[in-house]
Ligand binder design. Structure first.
Ligand code: SF4
Length: 443
C-alpha cells in the first residue's frame, strides 16, 4: 500500500540537515510520496526505513506475464477494489481448455477457429488470449498434444496437469514461450519448484482455502519463485466469488503480500449459458484469467464485450478523433449527419448509416467523449461547438450542399444552429435504429 507523505516523514531522521536538497525532512517526504525523488538522496535514512519504503512501493498485486511476443498477456497490478475509484488495469485473460485426447487434425481445426476469434467493437479489436491443454492421464500424449497446440497458435499456453513429470516433458517443448504451469499444490510443490526455476515460467498455486494458499505462496517465494497465479479449484459461483473478493480485499486493504497475485478461475459447465453466466461473474470480480470450453461466438462476444466495458477507464470515455468521416462511396452531394465523438454514439450511427446503404458523411463533434444528450446537458454539444466543428473539419469544402442532419434528441437547437452555422438543419430520428429508413426516405 502506498505511504502518505506523513507516513514517510515518520521514517526519516527529522534533522532537517538539507543534504537531500530540501529545506526540511517533511518537504523531502512529500516529494518521495509523489515519487519525484529517490530515497537515496538522504544519506542518513536507516536500512529499516529504506526497506519499509521499498516494500511500500511494490504493487499490491504483483504483475505477472504469460507468453511471449505480441500475444503476451500481462495480469495483475490492480490497485482498486472498485472500478470507479480509478480503473481496472490489466484485462482478464479469456482462454479455452482443450483435452489432450484430440487428433492433430482436430486440434488444427479448433485452433484455426480460436486464432481467428476476433471482433471489432466501438473501434477496438477484441480477442481471446489463451489456450490451455489438459492432461487426461497419459504423459506422452500430453506432451504430444502440447507440441501440436504450441505449433499452431501464437496465444500463450496453460499446461494443466497433476503429474509433475508430464509438466516437465511439456515444458521441454514450449518453455521459451513462457507458458503458465497449472498447478503447484501442497502435495507436489517441492517436486515442481526446481522445474519451474529451471524454465523460469509462471505457475498457478492451488489450494482449497485462502489461508492454505497464502502459506503455499510464502513457501514458493522463499524458494525464489515470484511469478505466481492463485487458484482455489472448482467451487460454486458463490464460494468462488467469495474467494476472489477475499484475495482482492486482503491484497489491497490489508497489504497481505502472500495473496497479492493474479487469480485464475476454471469454469467447467456443460451448459453454455451457465458457463457464460459464471465466467461473466468472475470477469466482473476479480479474476485475471477465466478458462472455459465454450467456443460459440455468442458466448465469447458477450464475455469480451463485458470485459471491454469493465476494463475501460471510467474517467475517460471511449472516444474517437473528432472529424468528418466518409461512409461508403461518398460524393459532394452526400448527406452530412452529425453526432458526438463518444465511440459508442459514433459506431452506432455508423452501423445504421452503413445499413441504409446511403453513402454519407458523419461529422463527429468533440464533446470530450460524451454521448449526445449528456454532452447537450453539459453544454459540450451546442450550436457554437457544432459550427466550430463544421469550420475546422472543412465540411463546407467537401460537400456542395449546406444541409446538416442532427440527432432528434437535440431538435430544440435546430433554429439556433441554423442561424449560427448558416446551414439548413434537418432533424433526424431520436434513435439511430431508425436511421436506415430515414436515410432512404431522405433520398
Ligand atoms: S538529508 Fe535526510 S535528514 Fe537531511 S533533510 Fe533530507 S531527509 Fe532530512
Amino acid at each position: 500500500m502506498a505511504l502518505s507523505g506523513l507516513d514517510i516523514y515518520k521514517l526519516l531522521p527529522k534533522t532537517n540537515c538539507r543534504e537531500c536538497g530540501f529545506v526540511t525532512c517533511l518537504a523531502f517526504a512529500m516529494q518521495l510520496a509523489k515519487k519525484s525523488v529517490s530515497i537515496d538522496k538522504c544519506p542518513y535514512v536507516s536500512a529499516e526505513a529504506k526497506h519499509a519504503l521499498e516494500s511500500a512501493s511494490q504493487p499490491p498485486i504483483r504483475p505477472v506475464e504469460i507468453g511471449a511476443g505480441e500475444n503476451k498477456l500481462v495480469l495483475g497490478n490492480e490497485t482498486v477494489l472498485f472500478r470507479h475509484e480509478e480503473k481496472f488495469r490489466n484485462p482478464c485473460g479469456i482462454g479455452f481448455i482443450l483435452d489432450d485426447t484430440a487428433s492433430e487434425t482436430e486440434y488444427k481445426k479448433v485452433l484455426g477457429r480460436i486464432n481467428t476469434m476476433k471482433f471489432e467493437r466501438v473501434g477496438q479489436q477484441l480477442s481471446v488470449n489463451l489456450v490451455a491443454v489438459k492432461n487426461t492421464g497419459d504423459a506422452k500424449r500430453f506432451a504430444a498434444a502440447v507440441k501440436i497446440v504450441f505449433e499452431n497458435t501464437s496465444f500463450p499456453l496453460v499446461l494443466m496437469s497433476d503429474d509433475v513429470s508430464a509438466l516437465q516433458d511439456a515444458l521441454a517443448v514450449c518453455a521459451d514461450k513462457r507458458p503458465l504451469v497449472y498447478k503447484a499444490t501442497k502435495e507436489n510443490f517441492t517436486e515442481l519448484v526446481p522445474i519451474i526455476k529451471k524454465y523460469n515460467v509462471p505457475v498457478v498455486v492451488s489450494g482449497a482455502t485462502v489461508e492454505g494458499l497464502a502459506g503455499l505462496t510464502q513457501e514458493l517465494v522463499k524458494s525464489g519463485i515470484q511469478d505466481l497465479v492463485l487458484d482455489t479449484g472448482i467451487k460454486s459461483a458463490k464460494d468462488k466469488l467469495w474467494d476472489l473478493t477475499q484475495f482482492r480485499r486482503l491484497a489491497l486493504k490489508k497489504a497481505n503480500r502472500s495473496v497479492g497475485y493474479p487469480v485464475l478461475t476454471v469454469v467447467e459447465q456443460s451448459d453454455n449459458f451457465q458457463e457464460a453466466h459464471e465466467a461473466a461473474t468472475y470477469i466482473l470480480k476479480y479474476a485475471s484469467i477465466v478458462l472455459l470450453r465454450g467456443l460459440d461466438n455468442w458466448e465469447i462476444l458477450s464475455l469480451l464485450t463485458l470485459r471491454q466495458n469493465i476494463y475501460s477507464d471510467p474517467q475517460k470515455p471511449l472516444q474517437i478523433e473528432p472529424k468528418l468521416y466518409p461512409v461508403g462511396a461518398v460524393n459532394d452531394k452526400s448527406p452530412v449527419l452529425i453526432t458526438t465523438n463518444f465511440s459508442l454514439s459514433y459506431y452506432t450511427v455508423l452501423s445504421e448509416v452503413e445499413a441504409s446503404k446511403v453513402p454519407s458523411y458523419i461529422l463527429s463533434v468533440d464533446t470530450e467523449g460524451m454521448s449526445v444528450l449528456t454532452a447537450w446537458a453539459a453544454e459540450k454539444f451546442t450550436p457554437e461547438k457544432i459550427t466550430d466543428s463544421l469550420n475546422k473539419s472543412g465540411t463546407a469544402g467537401t460537400v456542395s450542399h449546406r444541409t446538416l442532419i442532427i440527432p432528434g434528441y437535440v431538435a430544440g437547437m435546430s433554429g439556433d444552429l441554423e442561424e449560427k452555422s448558416g446551414w439548413k438543419i434537418i432533424v433526424g430520428p431520436k434513435e439511430a435504429a431508425a436511421l436506415p429508413s430515414f436515410m432512404k426516405n431522405l433520398r
